[in-house]
Design a protein around this ligand. Structure first.
Ligand code: M6R
Length: 384
């Protein structure tokens, strides 16, 4: 697992290679998805399980905000029970790194049988998912041996951001537009206002995000090379019986993924919530010193996340924040801060998840768990 965490800069770089030019333009002609289909799309369903679902959830924000297509994300194992409304103008994206997860394959097949075009996002050439799809977007993370997914997750997020940019460009950046997405801005997007509703970003803004995405491998590498305090934080909290994770916007998917990693390899119960939900019940779980991991990187919801941190502090719980370098207001409120390099908010899920993977790894090691042989071994089924 640790080796694969450290392979993430290469996994992301290889996934972007040849698909993102220096000026930030995206070329996804290798997927086999025609522009006509992308222009006429009226809806996207994303179906996936576990870590792949979290990548899809993160991407759903980019697909709606950048490409202005309604996106519904579904746990693949539940999709069929909805008798989903599908048609030729609804794209179904099945995300499965292995390409062999039965629930995802069944959801993809059902969609195809109902006449919806299906795109697979997978890491494995020749996998079943590639045969159950009309188009394939490959991640190029290399084989993932660890049961706990790490490098395939960040590669999925990178590929899906590419797809969101491509879709936005094909559908005419700026055509329905107002003022952009309010996700960028100098210094990595520190504006604290809500994400804009209804505006389609201008082509120049899409190119700017593309150029920011090109920096992702270097940003992850910089964190891996220079991170501090993880050992100290793991040492201090590894014997806790419960961790709560909170985040908003793309940080919500990141906190779900961080919570799954800790649960899966250390067997410590975790819960992850959209931070705004905390006051609707989960806050009751917090006592003095309870560890609450909060994803508080730069972005449009940063100020709201800071106010959630204040709510957690009011219960005397301990905040472990993942924050952008230089955000000193978080330093003052949190019991511990894991600083990540400043970056564009759309790129932040690729960077912010890395300290959470490493925190899970360190805690699991301290509690004597074998991170490479977790209990969760039976996960995929090959279907003829
Ligand atoms: O191969 P898939 O992406 O379809 O796998 C889906 C899940 O089983 C998988 O992401 C699982 O949640 C991870 N191994 C958790 O780390």
């Amino acid at each position: 697992m640790l080796k694969e965490i450290y392979e993430q800069p290469a996994a992301i770089a290889d996934t972007l290679a040849g698909r993102l030019s220096e000026d930030g333009a995206v070329d996804l002609s290798d997927t086999g998805l025609g522009d006509d289909l992308l222009r006429r799309l009226r809806r996207i369903y994303i179906v996936a399980c576990g870590t792949s679902y979290h990548a899809g959830l993160i991407a759903s924000y980019a697909l709606e905000q950048l490409a202005r297509v309604p996106v519904q994300i579904e746990v693949a194992s539940e999709f069929r029970y909805k008798d989903p409304v599908l048609d030729p103008d609804t794209l179904v994206i099945g995300i499965t790194q292995s390409g062999e997860t039965l629930d995802t394959l069944v959801a993809m097949r059902l969609s195809r049988a109902a006449g919806a075009p299906v795109m697979a996002l997978t890491n494995i050439m020749g996998s079943q998912a590639t045969r159950d799809a009309d188009a394939v977007l490959f991640t190029r993370a290399g084989l993932e041996i660890g049961v706990a997914a790490t490098k395939t997750h960040t590669a999925q997020v990178a590929a899906l951001l590419l797809f969101a940019l491509h879709l936005a460009e094909v559908r005419g950046g700026g055509a329905a537009g107002t003022a952009g997405t309010d996700m960028g801005g100098a210094g990595g997007g520190t504006r604290a206002s809500e994400a804009s509703a209804g505006g389609r970003p201008e082509p120049a803004e899409l190119l700017r995000i593309g150029r920011e995405l090109r920096r992702a491998p270097d940003l992850v590498q910089a964190y891996l090379d220079n991170h501090r305090r993880l050992d100290q934080i793991a040492e201090r909290y590894h014997d806790q019986r419960f961790f709560l994770y909170l985040g908003r916007h793309v940080g919500y998917g990141v906190c779900l993924e961080g919570a799954l990693k800790l649960k899966e390899i250390s067997y410590i119960p975790t819960e992850a919530y959209a931070a705004g939900e905390m006051k609707h019940g989960p806050i009751a779980l917090l006592d003095e010193g309870s560890p609450v991991v909060v994803v508080a990187t730069d972005g449009p919801v940063y100020a709201k996340v800071v106010s959630n941190i204040e709510e957690v502090r009011a219960r005397k719980a301990d905040v472990i924040a993942v924050a952008s370098e230089g955000n000193t207001d978080v330093d003052e409120l949190a019991a511990a801060v894991l600083h990540v390099p400043k970056c564009d908010p759309w790129v932040s899920p690729l960077v912010a998840v890395v300290p959470l993977q490493l925190l899970a790894y360190r805690i699991a090691r301290l509690t004597g768990c074998d991170v490479d042989q977790p209990r969760n071994l039976a996960k995929t089924v090959t279907v003829e």
